[in-house]
Ligand binder design. Structure first.
Ligand SMILES: Cc1cc2nc3c(=O)[nH]c(=O)nc-3n(C[C@H](O)[C@H](O)[C@H](O)COP(=O)(O)O)c2cc1C
Length: 368
């Protein structure tokens, strides 16, 4: 019998991120696979995120004598090795016992930013102690301001260099796969950033899914004044995660956010949301040079990364593939996944005729 998170040694390593998902599926329970893979309701937003990438094709340059290529970029003054971050995804120890520690170490080794979820199964302090790489903290705003304040203080004390305020999850999207499976965190795991009664109520299944109960603790009336409060409170840059409109992005930056993450929570919140990639150009135009624009949702290929950058994103975040990589081989799996993406990005840059990321411009793309 194989332990959780172990693929048979005869299985060849996945050659791309789609294959990685198939391998992960074979080692995860149905309920865990569904929790990671699923989206809200009809899963139209989930599928839309992927479909959006297929609509763009490259108008590549030839004879450009492209060198390198150089994949490095700068995020809030931090130099990173490539334009990819590991997105905050909850409960990474469900995928593999190495969980958040393994993923954060793999990110550090690859020279990319690791974003830790509020709903991590390893405490933010433990992650900080085991990884020297750049780390950002994702924040859910609680009705109880004291809890929120405590999380922000702890993240700053532990050296997280930005706070991502998630704004697309004031209530939990209806993820019907989780309803069917009555999803709950196994008793040996806990929401390690939460304490006392909050950590407990976080994991009581009440007919729908355990996460639903937990979300009742969050600020359902999340509003601009809450962003203002957070910007005033935080000594590190605040980014707003999960928006799709130019006017909202503009307002976020005007209120002191240092940037935004365009996206719809990987299709897990409002179904039929516009695809992240489709929303990107409007946000890029609205924000201009006043803030950092990142995006996430459906990025599975090096060419996807290049499309998002050509449309104006500085970098992209990767969600589910991180969980698949962890499930298959823990930290080593995430390292391999990031290596693969790096190689795909580098190969495609050469074939596209560009040497540096700032040469990625909209004229390289055509929408079909
Ligand atoms: C299983 C799972 C858990 C997630 N947990 C969080 C979370 O705790 N906080 C958050 O802001 N986003 C969370 N997200 C959303 C991701 O940060 C990211 O926006 C999304 O996964 C990107 O889409 P992709 O999975 O297609 O790459 C989660 C996504 C998944 C799949």
């Amino acid at each position: 019998m194989l332990a959780m998170g172990t693929v048979p040694t005869t299985t060849a390593p996945a050659v791309n991120l789609a294959e990685l998902e198939a391998q992960a599926r074979s080692v995860l329970s149905q309920a865990t696979y569904d929790y990671f893979a699923g989206g809200a309701e009809d899963e139209a937003a989930l599928e839309g995120n992927r479909d959006a990438f297929r609509k763009w094709r490259f108008r590549f340059h030839v004879l450009a004598g492209a060198q390198g290529p150089d994949l490095s970029t700068d995020l809030l003054g931090q130099s990173v090795a490539m334009p990819v971050l590991l997105a905050p995804t909850a409960t990474q120890r469900l995928a593999h016992p190495e969980g958040e520690l393994g993923a954060a170490r793999a990110a550090a080794a690859a020279g990319v930013v690791y974003c830790l979820s509020t709903l991590a199964t390893t405490s933010l302090e433990d992650v900080a102690a085991s990884s020297r790489g750049p780390r950002w903290f994702q924040l859910y705003m609680y009705q109880d301001r004291g809890i929120t304040e405590d999380l922000v203080d702890r993240a700053m004390a532990a050296g997280y260099s930005a706070i991502l305020l998630t704004v697309d999850a004031a209530v939990l999207g209806r993820r019907e796969r989780d309803f069917r499976n009555a999803w709950t965190l196994p008793p040996e795991l806990s929401y390690a950033n939460l304490t006392g009664s909050l950590a407990k109520t976080a994991n009581v299944a009440t007919g729908s899914s355990a996460l639903n109960q937990y979300f009742h603790q969050l600020e359902t009336r999340l509003a601009w004044k809450d962003l203002e409060w957070l910007v005033g409170k935080s000594r590190v840059p605040v980014l707003v995660k999960g928006l799709v409109r130019g006017d909202d992005a503009r307002r976020a930056v005007a209120q002191g956010a240092r940037g935004v993450i365009v996206g719809n929570h990987g299709g897990r919140q409002l179904d039929y949301s516009i695809a992240a990639l489709d929303a990107l150009p409007e946000v890029v135009e609205a924000v201009g040079s006043d803030g950092l624009v990142l995006m996430d949702g459906g990025v599975r290929r090096g060419t996807d990364v290049l499309k998002a950058l050509a449309l104006g994103a500085r970098s992209v975040l990767i969600g589910r593939p991180l969980l698949w990589a962890l499930a298959v081989a823990g930290e080593a799996g995430v390292r391999r996944m990031l290596d693969q993406l790096r190689e795909e990005i580098a190969t495609s840059m050469i074939l596209l005729g560009v040497s540096t990321l700032d040469q990625l411009t909209p004229d390289l793309l055509v929408r079909i």
